[in-house]
Design a protein around this ligand. Sequence first.
Ligand code: SF4
Length: 333
Amino acid sequence: MNIPDHPLEIIWDITYACPLRCVHCYSESGRRPSRQLRRADLLRMAEAIVAMKPFGISLAGGEPLLVKELFEVVGRMTDAGIKVALFTGGWTLRPEMLDDIKRGFFRVSVSVDGATAEVHDRVRGRRGSFDRAMGALAMLDGTGVDFGIDFVVVRSNFQQVEQVCTDVVPRFPGLRFVSFGAVVPEGLASRESFAERELLSDAQVATLGDPAYRERLRALVPPSVHVTATDNLALQMHPELLREGRCYPALQIEPDGEVRAMLAYEGTVGNLLTDSPAELWRRAVERWHDPFVVDALTPVRTMEQWAEATRKIDLHFGSAADRDRIARRPALT
Ligand code: SF4
């Protein structure tokens, strides 16, 4: 594939603080130090990201709305003409934030992982989180913000995908999109216990990647709502998928500026506050072709094998602190 000479998209996990405890959390937010920068360095980071001239920036985490300087940081990015998207669990969204959200973000995704409180709250690890997410969607409705639902599909909520389309989406007349993505075996979702209980089967992943299934979901929502469903295999970085051009040329940045080599795997290649962006991108792309990565991913044919490869790559390229955190992960019960 032709790899661009700079990342097309930047994902900045601006904090690892989070009020939720999702069973699949990719970043283990809320369970580890937030590593959030102070104001001056947050603004330096914003300038450094802008200087990379990405097409778009996604602010995720953790819960970005917990960062009190968030709207000042976003302002630096939008002043440079770059579109910024917000990913939130909705728990901390308050009415007084709505004007700033409308000014700062071109798009807001609220995480909803079930059509009912029972399923959503179990997946999201906190009672009341479904009601809070519904409250956040209701607050955004009618404000003119381009907002929608981001749904991580795991085994225990797969059967509610259609119900979200029929029961949840129509509750919000201004809702513009709903995205269903197969859970990626990264972070807590790479645990063996997660793979046994909550990782999708290969057939379920194939369903999510099937255009016919997407069309079926589209028929369930009002015509104004855009539906996407993805198998997320582009995040695997399998050598064969890379050759076919199925990858996501984005750079993921940890809260303190450490830059990940690959979105789904532990291991950083430097810090955006101290290293040149071009050099960081070069090192990241080099990692995609590292012999250890190629050896770990080449045999992968199933979701379980993907989770196994993630565990190998994370232990190999993660820092001592990462390995320590991985060793302390509780089993999913
Ligand atoms: S809301 Fe996001 S960051 Fe927080 S625990 Fe859930 S997946 Fe992790």
